[in-house]
Design a binder for this molecule. Structure first.
Ligand code: PHE
Length: 339
């Protein structure tokens, strides 16, 4: 029996491999639960008392040389990770990475920003939680003004009031307070209104508002800017301005574009008229300029504002506004090509 163990020791000493699986097999054969070492240990009781010591020393030696051998071979073979890298086939075609797509609201927002960027407008942003001054009072909507009701405001706190902004005109006030004319800026952002959610409206949506202030800015400048914009975004240049009312602009107008009546959808979305309302605009009321410490006897300007959802729905023929907020990837993935 001792001779057998001596043979095993020789076997271990001369063992060599460069294969990690073979090394693992070697480990199991020798020091695994049912390996040689535990087998010889279990035979210990059968050994004659006079041989016990020699036998015991031999098994211990077998165990030690095996452990040492495994350590040595492991080191030369490297770790599991190294092995995986060695097995890696660098010529294999890479697996496809799923590319995401931008949200239609972001796509339209960026398109509009681009169009105005080309004619010298910068982008301004402001907080979604606003105070009364920036959302109402500075915009020529003093306390108790009936036009405040038009805005269906979500109030957060009373006295002093904090609210969720109802339009990004608040950003324009902040921009006017911090900058001197000439001012050319557009303010994109999320706005909130306490309205019932339906296919056509939501309690939050996105706007882009524009502001232009300089000496001698006239209504003709506003009209020309709108024409340029509608041509760039919709490829349509027939527009009309209908008189309207906003507290912060005078005169004020609603902008319609001629969409056409070529398809059944055109009939439906324009209610058979061919015309579609896309935004509000007007010449900035001098009171607003004065509120922002801009000299209204020297400067004049125009402002306009539009809903991004409305435009996205028009351009992509989306029937229900709610689908824009569902975050269903099957919907969003359809816009991959529009980026
Ligand atoms: N702030 C207006 C709204 O939210 C839009 C607008 C902006 C109208 C600028 C005129 C001028 O409806």
């Amino acid at each position: 029996m001792i001779e057998e163990i001596q043979n095993k020791i020789q076997q271990v000493l001369s063992f060599s491999t460069n294969n990690i699986d073979e090394l693992e097999k070697f480990r199991i054969d020798f020091i695994g639960k049912k390996g040689f070492v535990s087998h010889y240990f279990s035979e210990f009781k059968k050994v004659e008392p006079s041989k016990k010591k020699e036998y015991g020393l031999a098994i211990n030696e077998l165990k030690n040389v095996t452990l040492k051998k495994i350590e040595e071979l492991k080191e030369t073979l490297g770790t599991d990770v190294d092995k995986k890298v060695k097995d890696f086939d660098l010529t294999k075609p890479a697996s496809m990475i799923e590319l995401g797509s931008r949200h239609p609201i972001s796509i339209i927002r960026d398109k509009i920003i681009d169009i105005f960027y080309k004619i010298g407008f910068n982008v301004s942003e402001g907080p979604e939680i606003e105070d009364d001054w920036h959302n109402f009072t500075a915009l020529n909507l003093p306390m108790h003004h009936p036009a405040r009701d038009m805005q269906d405001t979500f109030f957060i706190k009373k006295d002093p009031d904090l609210l969720l902004r109802t339009h990004t005109s608040s950003v324009q006030i902040r921009h006017m307070e911090e900058n001197e004319p000439p001012i050319r800026t557009i303010s994109p952002g999320r706005v909130y209104r306490n309205e019932d959610i339906s296919a056509r409206s939501h309690c939050f949506f996105h706007q882009i508002e524009g502001l232009y202030i300089d000496e001698n800015v006239s209504f003709a400048d506003l009209k020309q800017t709108l024409l340029y914009f509608t041509k760039e975004l919709f490829g349509k240049s027939k527009i009309r301005l209908r008189p309207s009312y906003f507290p912060f602009t005078e005169p004020s107008a609603e902008v319609d574009i001629y969409w056409g009546l070529e398809s059944e959808t055109d009939y439906r979305i324009t209610k058979g008229t061919g015309w579609l309302e896309i935004m509000g605009c007007g010449m900035i009321d001098p009171n607003v300029l004065d509120n922002c410490k801009i000299d209204s006897s020297k400067y004049s300007g125009f402002a306009f504002g539009m809903g991004i959802e409305r435009i996205a729905m028009l351009l992509y023929q989306i029937e229900d506004i709610r689908i824009l907020y569902d975050n269903d990837v099957r919907f969003i993935n359809q816009f991959k090509d529009s980026i």
